[in-house]
Ligand binder design. Sequence first.
Ligand code: MG
Length: 190
Amino acid sequence: MKFGFDIDDTLIDLRRHAFHLYNKKLNKTIGEDVFDTIATVEIHEPFGLTNEEGSQMWKDSMEEIYFTNCPSFEGAKEVLNALAEEGHEIYYITSRPKGYCEQTRAWVKAQGFPVVDERFYCGMADHEKIDIIKNLELDVYVDDKPAVLNTLAGSTTKVIVKNQSYNQTVEYTRLTSWDEFNKLVGYASV
Ligand SMILES: [Mg+2]
């Protein structure tokens, strides 16, 4: 089977990692209880930043957010490695900026995820992911962003939403823990 995965906030806990970095950079100690209630993909609001300031803060911190020690979600690597070992095709589809794609692929590999170079798609806009997913004829695709998930409605790909505070209203099969993945896709052998 062909399995596709978004990376940020689907396989790795990027926003939380960025939230900790923001605390450090801005000399704040805002708690994870606040983080857990943020209703937007963007994380700047609890820091009292305007949308413009928040967007600039993200851009200025991007390299540090992407390429330091962001943890992956528990069980994610194990699930993907088990699928790869059983001969399934693993695709990554990330809308990280083009300039960071090569470094991102190397970083994802270094974390221990199974990466085949030509199955790593990067640098597209969120709304362009659908074209790649359709062309690849993915059986399953997992993402966290409502803006992406909503473009996939009606596609033949089984769409799974990685549970996050900002995607509670979308109605797809919901993954709250990577341990549940095989059960959710109806794939019982791993
Ligand atoms: Mg994402």
